[in-house]
Design a protein around this ligand. Structure first.
Ligand code: GLP
Length: 243
């Protein structure tokens, strides 16, 4: 595992975007695993600039997103489907038919999870997975638990995550209580993983996940067992590693 300290959110975003751009250049038909949340927004902005400058081409790229709120229509601005279109897909030359986000409105949750897992496999697996890190060490929506979930599954969100994500909603009551998320096994099958982490409120999670014991109580800690992970932190998120 490589942990890079950058000065701030902008530099973190540039470094992460450079790694993703290199992936696209080396393999123009890459399958990118994508994440939502505040952490990757800057990375997506940098990728859009690179596209506009003619540095990268998304025409052969396929994407699979990590997760989606259960019961969230795609037209809702808080859906991860909407987020991805708004923050990346609408601004680059990607074929939307090759972009995939779990369907939060699927009537049969179990079937949706099974089909999404199969979809990830059917596109050939993920070449590069971009991740954020939750304050409680979650990746995707794999919350702290007694065991690592292997495949795409339906998750009950923890109070900590509901609290962290309520800033996007009118109140905590409006935050969905469940989500569909790729499993730890799905994420670990990616060939390459890039994690972006910013802010002092993530410093403890960074220390625990990337230098502490590997445990399902800190889901991101499993990444220590992956052979090709780059964690890109801003100075605040990195700060606990220097103590
Ligand atoms: C969210 C998402 C994760 C994200 C994490 C951190 O709940 N499900 O994929 O990485 O929490 O979010 P943020 O980057 O906004 O801090």
């Amino acid at each position: 595992m490589k942990i890079i300290k950058t000065a701030d959110y902008n530099e973190m975003s540039k470094v992460a975007a450079n790694i993703i751009a290199a992936q696209i250049t080396l393999k123009p038909n890459s399958v990118l695993g994508l994440a939502t949340g505040s952490s990757p927004i800057g990375t997506y902005k940098e990728l859009i600039s690179k596209y506009e400058n003619g540095e990268i081409d998304f025409s052969d790229i396929t994407t699979v997103n990590l997760d989606e709120y259960k019961g969230m229509p795609r037209t809702n601005e808080q859906s991860y489907y909407y987020f991805m279109n708004d923050n990346l897909f609408n601004h680059v030359n990607i074929d939307k038919d090759r972009t995939h986000v779990p369907n939060g409105m699927a009537e049969d949750a179990e079937l949706e999870c099974k089909e999404y897992e199969e979809l990830v496999k059917s596109v050939g697996g993920v070449d590069l997975q971009l991740l954020g890190l939750g304050r409680n060490g979650h990746i995707g929506f794999n919350e702290p638990s007694e065991e690592f979930a292997k495949e795409t599954h339906c998750v009950d969100l923890t109070e900590s995550t509901i609290e962290a994500n309520k800033r996007f909603f009118a109140s905590a009551e409006d935050v969905p209580r469940q989500a569909f998320s790729m499993g730890i096994g799905t994420i670990m099958a990616a060939k390459k993983i890039v994690v972006v982490v910013s802010g002092a409120d993530k410093a403890e999670a960074v220390k625990k996940a990337f230098t502490g014991p590997v445990t399902p109580n800190v889901p991101g800690s499993i990444l220590q067992f992956h052979g090709d992970v780059t964690v890109v932190c801003d100075a605040e998120a990195y700060s606990e590693l220097e103590k």
